[in-house]
Write a protein that binds this ligand. Sequence first.
Ligand SMILES: *Cc1c(COP(=O)(O)O)cnc(C)c1O
Length: 412
Amino acid sequence: MEEMKQLISETEETLIPYFKNIEDVAYENQEKVLNAFHAVKATENDLQGTTGYGYDDIGRDHLEAIYAHTFKAEDAIVRPQIISGTHAITIALQSVLKYGDELLYITGDPYDTLLEVIGINGNGIESLKEHGVAYSKVDLKQDDIDIDAVLNNIKPQTKVIAIQRSKGYDQRPSIDLAKIERAINQIKAKHPEVIVFVDNCYGEFVEKREPIECGADLIAGSLIKNPGGGLAKIGGYIAGKKTLVERCGYRLTAPGIGKEAGASLNSLQEMYQGFFLAPHVVSQSLKGALFTSLLLEKMDMRTTPRYDVTRTDLIQTVSFDTKEQMILFCQSIQQASPINAHFSPEPAYMPGYEDDVIMAAGTFVQGSSIELSADGPIRPPYEVYVQGGLTYEHVKLAVSRAAQKLRTQQLV
Ligand SMILES: *Cc1c(COP(=O)(O)O)cnc(C)c1O
């Protein structure tokens, strides 16, 4: 107990300058969001929402304008009818890719759920592949986009280049905006007509800029991750060039209707308030990730990224030596959740995964990963992905208890 207290206090001491940096980013992003609220003159009425067709849903339109303003995009779609990040990305890709076109991913394999969307895995039904869209990828080289290989792989059919900012649940590093900007500049210099799409999931408000400012044409993400600020109960967004966002609107609803319809029901108030809180909530998650990284490193576990490297997303990986350590860690995180803390997660089969997966998440919003959660497949190197946390204090509590338990049971 005393030893753990000592470790925690040393950890927080070391993190002071890094926390200061996170606070600076949150401050700038808070100002950006506030300015966006002012630019569209958000009113109390905007929080109300509509029913039925949702014509003249001024609150919805203003919220979309706030997203566009904040992300420096020409236009945005922000809807409860977009059910997840995967759905938002799917709409974006299906809107711009047509028969005969090629999609080129330049950050290696895409996120798991997108494999079926593209048609790499699964039964192919309604995949891009079934609709005649070809797919190809370029792997990262030395933890960066392999720009020479990308330029060599662009064909006349290459319509969209996709960049995944966050590593998601992969072992590669996340790609920060400086790297994304460098790659886009080099691509656009030679191929100005290629559309650059960025999967922005887990990235919003981690840096002072967003991908559109780095040259991306279209971005998408989930409201039960960063931009929902922990309050949004559902939703996804797409932002970017007006002509492309218009297509996405037609794809989401129907040609001719597009963004004009789609009732927001009761979702607006929490989407507005969540977006307002998002820069701060993201800073809390980030502080929690740094704490997790350094405390567990001090206890001889392997953590990536380390506490002192530049981050562009919320994901913290912890590698354990044994299955027992990994399971105990995830169970301890669940025990420190506000909801379902008395249930214990067990490794189990999950569609889309080869190995059993353990998932700890006692969240207010189902599957929300801006709330603290920990999960991973049970196979060497026994990696657990820890992400989110609505408050730094909660992450500190949960991770400290998990660390203490590993010590008490002599697993580390
Ligand atoms: C979470 C995530 C997605 C998919 O989002 P869901 O809301 O889970 O469908 C896509 N890409 C990345 C990088 C993600 O982290």
